[in-house]
Design a protein around this ligand. Sequence first.
Ligand code: UT7
Length: 334
Amino acid sequence: MAQSSDQIKAAITAVGGYVPEDRLTNQDLEKMVDTNDEWIKSRTGIEARRILKDSTKATSYLAIKACENLLKKTQLDPKTIDLVIVATITPDLHVSATAPYVATQIGATNAFAFDVQAACSGFLYALSIAAGKIESGRYKKILVIGADKMSSIVDYTDRSTCIIFGDGGGVALMEPSTNNFGWEDEYFRSSGEGRNYLNMKAGGSLCPTTSQTLANRWHYLYQDGKSVFKYAVSEMAHAGSEIMKRNGLKNQDIKYLVPHQANKRIIEATAKRMNLEQDKVLMNIKDYGNTTAATIPLLFNDFEADLKKGDKLVLAAFGGGFTWGAALITWAYN
Ligand code: UT7
């Protein structure tokens, strides 16, 4: 809900990002599965993805590199960080969260740390958690990270999924606002029906690993793309429109829509339904593909120079679970 002015407001005060060097292009994929550059570009808007090829490195590496980028830019002492949240569906290990490892590696030795699993909405959900902690007055500096090594769960023989996903990590620092700009409102929802359409079937408590699950390739990401597409457009547009409506905002009041990067057509359809012109939509899907929890912080990082103090931004995401939602923020720094 919108806040009264005497409350502490949470604001993003710095961002960072990291994508691996190695590029997996549409031309590379043409050699791996029955697909072609034209199909991929016209159906998804993707031309390349970044892949963390080093098999000894995991999602924590992407998160750490993104944090190092932020720490270098801000000269922030990591010992002053209170909390580190990592949003991911590709944790380094299924038991032992990735966030404590990241916190230790970056020197955030006074922080507590945990992971959030909400797939492509993970970063937005984690931002909301962080905003609440800042608003409580108990915490002053929180790192919210979205990072996924999607190449670790993508089946590179399945043309319907391997063309979409890439690896990356992004981070935002949340602090109490000093200028009354920051986290304004949020609208989040979820639906358990979604797990039929987007999942990894085995390896969890429902279907532990056996030789049969391996033979069935159930340890890779599965998605019914068409269904996910329809839900994604209608729910992201609905959440984004709701948040504009209840804050009395018209399209001319919004500087940018900052949408999860799942598919260029999903993003464009969402903006159209929200009556937002396409030049108000931030996009980098062409170069990175869908990096799951990392898409929104990577947008912040790539477009940081274009974001100005006071700009009203609608953040929107949709992902596995299903999970989805939108948030309204006023950008707090130049
Ligand atoms: O981040 C949140 C989670 N994910 C998403 O939001 C992704 C949501 N879904 C999508 O982005 C799209 O549904 C896809 C990109 C996955 C697929 O695009 P589509 O326009 O929905 O294609 P489709 O699945 O309806 O397939 C159309 C045709 C099919 O052939 P037929 O049956 O019409 O002969 C597919 O077999 O395209 C074929 N096809 C391909 N052709 C060339 C599917 N994948 C490929 C491919 N290359 N990679």
